[in-house]
Write a protein that binds this ligand. Structure first.
Ligand SMILES: *Cc1c(COP(=O)(O)O)cnc(C)c1O
Length: 406
């Protein structure tokens, strides 16, 4: 039996939430389920019209020219890196404050992820450090719209253009976010060379598992289509060799994968994407309530919001100020848990994992990211949260902050 954790005395008695809530949760309705059921008995359960319809809808919602649906965002990042021409010996610059997939996509291609540090206030990858990490081997930048805020697109585009790098935006957190830069203006999905979305249940819209790569570049689009499905080409107009064998003939032109999404999932995705507007509005509303509640709370620091990002928040971060609070992040996390609010930490700096260590990543490569990691926790944020649940989170955070402020 595990020993029950000792709670701070002030928190004895009833927890703020009797029924535990988590940092994120999907919202799938009977109406969504009906869309899956209808597709299940249609002519196509995969490689059918729902996939194309969902791709068109993603283009409509973001303003991107092309979308390629795949089975998850990890696959999206992998084929985006391959389409960018990333290969053995190359380097790909990314942030350590991300889910490991943003860096692993470089390793899949035989390339080496190089970590650039983040801004101490916004926690987004710092374009100055990106530039400092560029070598003659650098091929691409994978910039993460961490927590839903758009990265500094103007600056990153300029750097990528000047150094002939492919700009891949990991937008697993940021569907719905709109960027208003000095030079670039538009929805996330239409701005980078390739933008990758995730439709995992913790993300803003879900289809169980799913992902997509969006691009405005026709050549990249065609490469992505091949990579998604075994490198197979069916269109005789595009064959590399003139083998006139018959209408059944197809060619394998490169080494692709089976990264396809089924029509069952695409049907669910379409149904969910139609609710993106209302999901986004509710996320923004909850984030606004948190902003107001915590703006002047001693001991709690908030992620700075960039003015050029009209953000649909995927994660809401609190950062413990060790100069004010007497507790560690771990104690705060455990005390929140005891209050019935299960937080999460996003993320453990990728290069500190044993796998990366044994690849030779040593030392404190990105001190700012490490310091941020040491103080952050993500509190619940999802559209289905009731106002009462939001109030419960606010009450618990204020109670703990007051207690630990001593
Ligand atoms: C969730 C996530 C991914 C991976 O998405 P999957 O669809 O689960 O493969 C990649 N990058 C970031 C930043 C994520 O949060």
């Amino acid at each position: 039996m595990t020993e029950s954790k000792a709670l701070p005395a002030i928190l004895g008695g009833e927890p703020v939430r009797k029924k535990k809530i988590y940092y994120g949760k999907q919202w799938v309705t009977q109406e969504d389920a009906a869309a899956i059921a209808e597709t299940a008995v249609s002519d196509y359960v995969t490689c059918g019209p729902k996939v194309e319809e969902a791709e068109r809808l993603l283009c409509e919602l973001t303003g991107a020219e092309y979308a390629v649906l795949v089975c998850n965002c990890t696959a999206a990042l992998h084929i985006a890196a391959l389409a960018a021409g990333v290969g053995p010996g190359d380097e790909v610059i990314t942030t350590p404050l991300t889910f490991m997939a943003s860096a692993n996509c470089a390793l899949y291609c035989g390339a080496r992820p190089v970590f650039a540090d983040v801004d101490p206030e916004t926690y987004l990858i710092d374009p100055k450090d990106v530039e400092a990490k560029i070598t003659e081997r650098t091929k691409a930048v994978v910039a993460v719209d961490y927590t839903g805020q758009a990265v500094m697109i103007d600056e990153l585009r300029e750097i990528c253009d000047r150094h002939h790098l492919v700009f891949i935006e990991d937008a697993a957190h940021s569907i719905g976010t709109v960027y208003h830069g000095k030079k670039y203006d538009g929805a996330v999905g239409s701005l980078a060379d390739m933008t990758c979305f995730s439709f995992h249940p913790v993300k803003t819209v879900t289809c169980g598992e799913g992902g997509a790569v969006l691009t405005n570049d026709k050549a990249l689009y065609e490469k992505l289509l091949l990579l998604r499905s075994h490198g197979m080409e069916h269109d005789p107009e595009r064959f590399l060799e003139a083998r006139d064998e018959g209408s059944w003939f197809y060619e394998q032109q490169l080494l692709g994968f089976n990264y396809r999404l089924t029509d069952l999932q695409a049907a669910l995705l379409i149904s969910q994407l139609r609710k993106l507007g209302s999901f986004a509005a509710r996320r923004k509303e909850i984030a606004r309530r948190y902003d107001e509640a915590f703006a002047d709370l001693p001991g709690i620091r908030l992620q700075r919001e960039r003015e050029d990002s009209d953000t649909v928040r995927h994660l809401y971060m609190l950062r413990i100020d060790p100069k004010v609070l007497t507790c560690t992040r771990r104690e705060f996390f455990d005390a929140m848990d005891a209050e019935g609010i299960h937080c999460q930490i996003h993320y453990i700096p990728v290069y500190t994992f044993p796998y990366y260590r044994q690849l030779g990543y040593e030392g404190h490569l990105c001190p700012v990211a490490e310091e941020i990691y040491g103080g952050i926790l993500s509190i619940p944020l999802y559209p289905r949260m009731t106002d009462e649940e939001v109030s419960g989170v606010i009450t618990a955070v204020k109670k703990l902050a007051a207690y630990y402020a001593g």
